[in-house]
Structure formats: structure tokens, C-alpha cells
Design a binder for this molecule. Sequence first.
Ligand code: BGC
Ligand code: ZN
Length: 340
Amino acid sequence: MKMLEVGVCGTDREIISFEYGTPPDGYDYLILGHESFAEVVEVGSQVTKVKPGDLVVMTVRRPCGHPDCMACREGRQDFCFTGDFTERGIKQQHGYMTEFVIEEERYLNAVPPGLRDVGVLTEPLTIAEKSLEQLWLIQQRLPWACPVEPGKPPEHCHRAVVLGAGPVGLLGAMALRIAGFDVTVYSRSRTHEENNSIVSAIGARYIAAETHSVDELAKSVGNIDVVYEAVGASGVAFDVIQHLGPNGVFIFTGVPGRKGPMQVDTDYIMKDVVLKNQVILGSVNAPPHSFQAAIRDLGIIIQKWPDAIRSLITARFPIDQALKPLSNDAGGIKNVVVIS
Ligand code: BGC
Ligand code: ZN
């Protein structure tokens, strides 16, 4: 593959500040980059899924070697039991910020040419896709399908709150909208106006954390069925958990830096989790079918909200300026390194 673009995220910034990440065995450096977007230039004789000229996004995680890891042996290394999985650009495997990469066919996902300018957003969208799939699986525990009136278009009845208006939050909000949820995004952000207009373009509501308390958020949303946490800060998350509705699911996707202990009313949370049948779910990484789902949803998104999805990409940097988007004050929503 010839690499076209690589997205930059918080994980990359943690890696370059040496808080996270591990180079491959025998190396004293790690090539960064896990949000890939590439063009196939050459294939082996037995490859059938892609051909030269095709656009592709690669998955991130590779299986551990333990014969008894049921997850990895079934290609579900996103659920690896042993922790010995590797991740391209993150853990013991070089990443994608380089001109050419070689990868096995099974880790490639073809992207239609119409997604050329947003394909790099596939990987961050997979986080929402995996979460949504888990959500549907979990909610099969109860009658959760919204009522359908004969002769009328399906009316959705579930309300979701998205915490955070970074790329993961905004892409999550888009995926939840496509799945029919009523969506409210609650965020403290530097780029309010920009995010606000993206949120309203997709038919969701924006509530600013600077001016509205979590109590006010809960009052204005009403019954909260799902929380999609994409902020990586536990304080606000545990405040919002206390407003999760009956049979609600709270999905954590962020990895917070440790800022020390804080006070949480654990009795209150535990009582509600039990008396309201709630689920608190963590979700990391994504399997190939979530990449397929993300590519499918990007196709829907580019039709429905072309300006909103394109404006998620704040800036593109040539590879010799890759350190700019990696710096902590890079700003914007999603910054991308252009390789060719
Ligand atoms: C990536 C995931 C990865 C996780 C933990 C995230 O930034 O999107 O693929 O599993 O970091 O390393
Ligand atoms: Zn494993």
C-alpha cells in the first residue's frame, strides 16, 4: 500500500510524550500512526479482496500468539484475553506514517472512491460502530425496539447523550443519529461554534458544559437511554452516570490520564445500577465488521451531511510538518498528515 493520509489522535500525542506505546522488539523507535488511509499498489498472487488502485483502511490490532486465547484465535483480537496483542503504530508494531506498508489481506477494508476525502475518518468512527453493536447485543435482554405504527415511517424513541465533541464524540453522534437516536452532545470545548454547527447540522443538540451543569443537561434531555462517553475525563462521566435512565447503557470509550482520586457517590450509583437494570460498558478497538460498518455509515454521512463530515478534518499537514498536529496545542477537531 502507498499511504495517502494518516489521522492524528490523543493516543499519538500520549505516545510522543512517552506516556503510552511500545516499539517493536529490537527497535528503539516506533513509527506512529494507526488511523490509516491508503491505496493498494501491489498484491500477492492469492489476494482476491483488493486490487491495485483500490482505496483501503487497515485495522489496528493484531492477535496475540497464545493458542488458548479464544478471542484472538477467532479474529476477535479487539477482545484479546491475554493483553499480548499488538497494535500498529501503538504497541510493538510500526504504524502507518510512512510511504509504503505491507499488510495481510485480512486486515484491509476496501473504501469506495467516493469517500476519498473522508476515508481517513474510518478508524475513529469504528469506535462508535463497535459500541453500537455492543449496545444492540446488550439491549436484546429486554423489549427495546421502538413502536412502529402501521403505515408510518419508523419513529425512534431512544435518547442518547454524547460526552465530548472531539472527533470520537462527533463521529459517535453521527452514527447514533443514523441509527435513529435523539442525540444531545454535552461538551466543554475550545471550538464551540464550529462543533455547535456540526452538531446542529446532523440534527442533534449541543449543550455547553461551561454554561450548563450536568443536572441541567439531564433535565433538558429527559430520560437518558444511552450515554456515549468520548471525553476521556472521569469526573464528568461519573456525574452523568447518576442521571442514566432505567435499562440505560453507559458506554465508556475514553482513556483518562490519572489526575488523582476524586469523590463519587458510589452508593447512589450502585443503587441505581441495580434498581434500574443499568449496564456500564467499556469498549476498545474494533473488529473488521465494525470497519465495514464505518465505511457504510461514512457513505450515508457524506450524502446526508457532506459539509459537516468534511469540516471534522480541520487541517492537513505534509509529512515533514507532522510534528505540528502532534503537539498538544494543535487545536481543531481532526488533524491529518498527508503522505502522498
Ligand atoms: C485506537 C485503538 C486502540 C486504542 C488503545 C486507540 O486510539 O483507536 O485502536 O486499541 O487506542 O491502544
Ligand atoms: Zn489474545
